[in-house]
Write a protein that binds this ligand. Structure first.
Ligand code: GCW
Length: 845
């Protein structure tokens, strides 16, 4: 991005023209902060109510950011550039400052109620004929958040003429975690390389970091840990602190404090001690001295995130110490500086014996932490994933949320779509997060009147009056122009931030806000995108893992394609225990792993009984026969079949819905989203077919419904020149278990068939494999006429022929007559074999 020119006004630098050029480009770079020019009556109305002056009461960095942002936003939306001033002007103005400053300058306004920390008060004040729009923050962050709130109102078309609105954040900790490695790669990142790191150093150009800081500030996010929790010990080496400091500098104007993730073995690996035992005084002294040094370089460091004793990371168990011992040794070093220690609750054994039906990874967080309640220092926060397993498509709330009364907690949500189709599938995660945040853990004292204790209240520290706590999101951004690998996944970052500020907001409201700011005010655009976003979690669940099966993906591999068996017969503990008789994990207290007993009685009762257990979680909590009848009235097996068809049909519908927006969304983003949804529609079919084939084979119970599907012609049954038939594993990943592949070195192979159906218009669906090890080319001919050609150049995470590489090419509007020859030519490239699975020929009605 071009750097922003700045001007000196009233003794301070004010950014006026920030990235104005990029506003029109619609690459997605400006995300929900496009400040697109308003039109029609909205423009006229706001031009009347928005004054010509933006006056700041203080000149702190954050107030300066607030002032520049207001000018930038008003300039963008109203096409007018207000003047920047300081002090209270004698004309209509937006006046911003901390409450204290405003009281000092204008005691007569009697702004005497202080919103909570980081909060703001937007208030219209009149003095004679002068009208002030006051943005009063309880502190400097509050001023900045208030400025963004006012701009959001304008972008959303909300009235601003008579304001009196106080808001303060629901929880003190509103952080994102980056899983960015120092070499510039990102663990589970799908939006390009790191904006922070390259080559084991902070990037030379950190413009993207401050632009990201601005996006975070617009949501009220106040902290960001900047390196992977699978931490490179190097972040703690003395010579590294300036690298962290540079990133902190880039974030500082936006009120985002930097935190780092560390490796618990560092006293030994970096410090040269012969131990990292947290109770060894030399180890404690080492942590103290390193942390003191860090604060020397970054005085406002937010704190430290620690993943210990998890997935191969070392931890206190090496010395028989507890998680509290480990957390506290760091927390005590952080305490004098006001720093927090976020200790991850994601601790489990990944070498469990799968044959033992009592073993259960779902129990791990609670088993590891609940006995330690009360043992953690008050600047420690236990950071708990939303569910007991690992960001699966549906999980119940982690029982640990209801089991800590004397310990600070935070919920960890995953914004990056690791198990949700990565950057390729549209899945809006807010409805899922809301379900967990709103879930009542029934954690209150039995003696008190029943006050609801939803997860959000527990993590915010409200229920047990904890000093701190909050919401943490694993971020989904990288160097891609659109930040998140596709346009629509930005909604998840937006949604996380809005929920961290106010988890009482509805998913509908958040979707509507995001859509309007991102794609403009057209009601058809809002309605269509809103409908797509809000149904997308259920849709994804339907074609991946319904009824609490979890995401039926390749859990030991790329976490992307379908692989029903990958979760079984290994120590990772994501078992669904499907066999020929039944399916599901028996987690009951009565006969199963006892997991359900980790919940408070009122919750456990509902889950333990088949009568009351919700269908959506049935197979997460119970093992039942395939013929078991759900509350929905269907059998389990029929429900699995049906939901997969419904899920795939819903994505096909998204394509049609999106096409209805042609001309209403700028061409660049329209085209990108269309391509993404078309791809997703193809993948949903791959998932549908693989999961249904697998369960059909396992259960031996056929689908009771006759499905009206287009006729499918297996590539292996077509007449082949050069192509060789190849087995696909797992076999359900390809139709008929087989594909055809063109041998390496062959210039070209062909697969053809003679069409024998009715004459008419048809769509050809070519199912082919786009491997990551080359760029094969395909051409499709009808008779002598070339009807389509394309390159297999998607960046899919596999070199194999499997469900991850299986991709659909839709060729629509083709006239066919009986006797026509349809010929598919594949030209391999490198090790990519121009492989084919099948051809569907669908009649257009
Ligand atoms: O879901 C798993 C991911 C790992 C991740 C781990 C964690 C950072 O597959 O990539 O490691 O969770 O949360 O620590």
């Amino acid at each position: 991005m071009p750097s922003s020119p700045s001007f000196k006004v009233a003794g301070r630098a004010v950014v006026l023209l920030a990235a104005a050029a990029a506003l029109d480009a619609e690459t997605g770079y400006n995300a929900w902060l496009r400040y697109a020019k308003l039109t029609g009556t909205a423009l006229d109305q706001y031009r009347q109510s928005v004054p010509a002056v933006v006056a700041a009461m203080g000149d702190s960095r954050l107030e300066t950011s607030a002032q520049s942002e207001l000018i930038r936003g008003i300039r963008g939306m109203l096409g007018r550039t207000p003047r920047a001033e300081s002090g209270i002007p004698q004309e209509n103005a937006i006046v911003l400052g901390t409450l204290e400053q405003i009281r000092h300058h204008a005691p007569q306004w009697r702004l005497d109620i202080m919103p909570a920390a980081n909060g703001y008060w937007l208030k219209t004040v009149t003095a004679g004929r002068i009208r002030y729009t006051v943005i009063a923050g309880s502190d400097e962050r509050g001023v900045l958040y208030g400025a963004f709130a006012l701009l959001r109102k304008i972008a959303l078309g909300d009235a601003i003429a008579n304001l009196d609105e106080k808001e303060s954040p629901y929880a003190p900790v509103r952080w994102v975690n980056q899983w960015d490695n120092l070499d510039g790669t990102i663990e589970r990142g799908y939006g390009g390389r790191s904006i922070f790191w390259d080559n084991l150093k902070a990037r030379e150009d950190l413009t993207r970091v401050s632009d990201y800081g601005r996006m975070l500030a617009s949501l009220g996010i106040n902290g960001c840990s900047i390196n992977n929790v699978n931490a490179n010990p190097r972040v703690l080496s003395p010579e590294f602190a300036p690298q962290v400091a540079r990133i902190a500098d880039a974030f500082r104007p936006w009120g985002v404090r930097v935190a780092i993730a560390v490796d618990f073995g560092s006293p030994q690996t970096i410090g040269g001690l012969d131990t990292f035992d947290p109770l060894d005084s030399r180890v404690a002294a080492w942590w103290k001295s390193r942390i003191d040094d860090l604060y020397g370089a970054i005085p406002d460091l937010g704190g430290i995130v620690l993943k210990a004793d998890s997935e191969g990371r070392v931890g206190p168990s090496t010395y028989g110490r507890t998680h509290a011992d480990a957390a506290n040794v760091l927390a005590r070093a952080l305490k004098p500086h006001g720093g927090l220690l976020l200790y991850r609750g994601f601790v489990y054994d990944h070498h469990m014996d799968w044959r033992n039906l009592k073993n259960d990874r779902g129990r791990a967080a609670y088993d590891n932490f609940h006995d330690l309640d009360g043992k953690f220092d008050d600047n420690v926060i236990v950071q708990i994933k939303n569910g007991p397993i690992d960001f699966q498509v549906r999980e119940p709330a982690s029982p640990l949320f209801g089991a800590l009364e004397k310990t600070n907690q935070a919920i960890e949500l995953q914004i990056t779509q690791e198990y949700f189709g990565q950057s390729r599938h549209m899945v809006f995660l807010v409805p899922m997060w809301k379900e967990t945040l709103d879930f009542d853990m029934h954690a209150g004292q039995a003696s008190r009147p029943a006050v609801p204790t939803p997860v959000k209240a527990l993590v915010a520290g409200k229920t047990f009056e904890r000093p701190t706590g909050g919401l943490v999101g694993v971020a989904n951004i990288g160097l891609d122009d659109n930040w998140s690998g596709n346009q629509l996944s930005q909604a998840n970052l937006y949604g996380f931030g809005r929920l961290a500020w106010n988890p009482d907001l509805s998913a509908q409201k958040i979707a509507a806000e995001w859509t309007r700011q991102t794609f403009g005010p057209d009601p058809q655009v809002s309605a269509t995108i809103g409908q797509m976003l809000l149904s997308s979690w259920r849709t994804f669940e339907n074609y991946t893992g319904p009824l609490g099966l979890q995401t039926l993906t390749d859990i030991t591999g790329n976490h992307y394609g379908v692989n029903v068996e990958a979760s079984e017969r290994n120590g990772w503990g994501q078992w669904h225990r499907a066999d020929e008789k039944g399916v599901g994990m028996d987690r009951t207290a009565a006969s199963g792993t006892g997991f359900i007993g980790q919940y408070r009685a009122a919750v456990a009762r509902v889950y333990e009984s088949l009568e009351t257990c919700p269908d959506d979680l049935l197979l997460f909590l119970h093992h039942v026969p395939y013929t078991y009848q759900l509350h929905s009235g269907k059998t389990v097996i029929q429900s699995i079949y049906d939901s997969h068809y419904e899920g795939a049909a819903a994505v096909a519908q998204y394509v049609r819905q999106w096409k209805s927006l042609a001309g209403l969304v700028d061409e660049e983003r329209y085209g990108q989203v269309l391509a993404q949804l078309e791809y997703q529609a193809g993948q949903a079919v791959v998932w549908r077919d693989a999961v249904n084939t697998w369960f059909r084979r396992a259960s031996q119970i056929p689908d009771a419904k006759a499905r009206n599907l287009p006729p499918r012609f297996e590539a292996e049954a077509m007449s082949l020149e050069g192509y060789a038939v190849s087995d696909v594993t797992p076999m359900e990943d390809a139709s008929g278990g087989k594909a055809v592949a063109c041998p390496a070195g062959a210039p070209q192979c062909t697969a053809s068939l003679r069409f024998s159906g009715e004459p008419g218009w048809y769509t050809l669906n070519v199912q082919y494999f786009d491997q990551a090890n080359g760029t094969a080319h395909y051409r499709v001919w009808v008779g002598n006429q070339l009807v389509d050609e394309w390159a297999a150049d998607l960046r899919l995470p596999t070199a194999k022929l499997d469900s991850t590489s299986s991709t659909r090419r839709v060729i629509s509007g083709i006239a066919l007559r009986p006797g026509d020859t349809i010929r598919i030519e594949g030209r391999p490239d490198g090790a990519e074999s121009a492989a084919l699975d099948y051809l569907e020929i669908a009649r257009v009605n």
